[in-house]
Design a protein around this ligand. Structure first.
Ligand SMILES: Nc1ncnc2c1ncn2[C@@H]1O[C@H](COP(=O)(O)OP(=O)(O)O)[C@@H](O)[C@H]1O
Ligand SMILES: N[C@@H](CCOP(=O)(O)O)C(=O)O
Length: 326
C-alpha cells in the first residue's frame, strides 16, 4: 500500500461540515485466484465496518475492536484515518476533528485483502464527507483506491462485490464485474502467521519465461469460464505460472496444503500474496470434502501454526456506505 501522510499534502481550503456520521462496510477479497496475478479478485463474506464522525474541533480519536485492537495505531497514522484525510484533502477540503470506530473482522497479513478493505473504507468514508457535487464517481474511486493499494485486484471486488477483472489503461485502473456460478463456495484455511504483501511481492522475479506467460494466459481465460459457467473446470483453470512457486518457500505449510487439496481434485490456490489457502469448491458436497481434506492434512502435518477453516460465501454487493442523519 502507498498512502502518504496527510502532512505531505498541500493545505486544503474549505472545511468539510462537522457533525457528519457515516458507516462503511467493506468485504474481504481473495486476489489472484491462481493465474489472475494482479488482475482477478473475488469478494467474500467477511466484513470490516468503520463508523466515522466529524467535529469542528481538531484531533483524531480511534477505537478498534477485533483484528488489530491493541496493535494498530490509534492516531493520525492509522491507515483508514490517513486514507480519509487524503481523500478529503485531495478534493481541496480540510477536515478538522475525526472520530473513528473500527470493527475489524478481516485477518491482517494473510492474503484476504485487509489493507485494500481499509483503503476502500477510508476512501468511501472520505468521499461521503464531501459535499454533493464534489464527490468522486465510481471510476475515480476505483482508480484512487488502486493507486493507494498499488494494485487493483483487491480493491476492485471490495468496491463492487463478486468477481472483478481489473487492468490498467492509459494511466488509469479499470475493472469489470464478471459472473460467478451460484454453486461456487470459497473455503479458506487461514494460518496464524502473517506475511506482508510487500515482502511476498519482493520474492517475485522481474521477468518470467515467455512460455510461462503464454501458459498463464490460457489458464486465466479458462478460469473466467470455469467461475462463470463450468465449475468442473476450476481445477485446470486455477493453475498459475506467475507467482505461487516463487513465493512457496515463504509459506511452505500453505504450499503443501494447496498441493494436497489439488491432488484430491479440489481447486485450491494461495489467496492473494498468502499465506491463506483458498479452495474454490464446486457445490456443498465438495465444500464439505475440502473442509475434511484440510482438517485431515493439518492434523497429519502437525504444523506449528494454528489454522482457522472458514466456509465463506461470495459477496455480491461490495462496499456499502450509510450516511446517518444527525
Ligand atoms: N482495518 C485496518 N485498519 C488499519 N490498518 C489496517 C487494517 N487492515 C490492514 N491494515 C494494515 O495493513 C497491513 C496488512 O496489509 P498487507 O500486508 O497488504 O496484508 P493483507 O493481505 O491482509 O492485505 C496490516 O498489518 C496493517 O498495517
Ligand atoms: N496481486 C497481489 C494480491 C495481494 O493480495 P493480499 O490480500 O495479499 O494483499 C499479490 O499477489 O501481491
Amino acid at each position: 500500500m502507498h498512502v502518504s501522510n496527510s502532512a505531505e499534502l498541500s493545505r486544503a481550503a474549505a472545511a468539510v461540515a462537522p457533525g457528519q456520521d457515516v458507516t462503511v462496510r467493506v468485504p474481504a477479497t481473495s486476489a489472484n485466484l491462481g493465474p489472475g496475478f494482479d488482475s482477478l479478485g473475488l469478494a467474500v463474506g467477511l466484513y470490516d465496518t468503520v463508523r466515522v464522525r466529524t467535529s469542528g474541533e481538531p484531533g483524531t480519536l480511534v477505537r478498534i475492536t477485533g483484528e488489530g485492537a491493541g496493535t494498530l495505531p490509534t492516531d493520525e497514522t492509522h491507515l483508514v484515518v490517513r486514507t480519509i484525510r487524503l481523500t478529503v484533502e485531495s478534493a481541496g477540503y480540510a477536515l478538522q476533528g475525526l472520530e473513528l470506530d473500527a470493527e475489524n473482522i478481516i485477518p491482517h497479513g494473510r492474503g484476504l485483502g485487509s489493507s485494500a478493505s481499509a483503503i476502500v473504507s477510508g476512501v468511501l468514508a472520505g468521499n461521503a464527507l464531501l459535499p454533493a457535487g464534489h464527490r468522486l464517481d465510481a471510476a475515480a474511486l476505483l482508480d484512487l483506491c488502486s493507486r493507494l493499494e498499488g494494485h487493483p485486484d483487491n480493491v476492485a471486488p471490495a468496491l463492487a462485490g463478486g468477481l472483478a477483472i481489473s487492468w490498467e489503461e492509459e494511466g488509469a485502473f479499470r475493472s469489470v464485474t464478471a459472473p460467478v456460478h451460484p454453486d461456487i463456495i470459497p473455503v479458506a484455511a487461514v494460518p496464524s502467521n502473517e506475511l506482508s504483501t510487500e515482502s511476498a511481492r519482493g520474492l517475485l522475479p522481474d521477468t518470467v519465461p515467455h512460455a510461462d506467460a503464454a501458459a498463464n494466459s490460457g489458464r486465466s481465460a479458462l478460469l473466467i469460464h470455469a467461475l462463470a459457467a463450468q465449475p468442473a473446470m476450476l481445477l485446470p483453470g486455477t493453475v498459475d505460472f506467475l507467482h505461487q512457486d516463487y513465493r512457496a518457500a515463504a509459506m511452505e505449510p500453505s504450499a503443501a496444503l494447496v498441493r494436497h487439496l489439488r491432488e484430491n481434485g479440489v481447486a485450491a490456490v494461495i489467496s492473494g500474496a498468502g499465506p491463506t489457502v483458498m479452495a474454490l469448491a464446486a457445490g456443498q458436497v465438495q465444500a464439505q470434502e475440502a473442509q475434511s481434506l484440510i482438517n485431515g492434512h493439518l492434523e497429519a502435518a502437525g504444523t506449528t501454526q494454528s489454522w482457522r477453516v472458514l466456509r465463506l460465501s461470495v459477496d455480491r454487493d461490495g462496499a456499502r456506505v450509510e450516511e446517518h442523519l444527525r
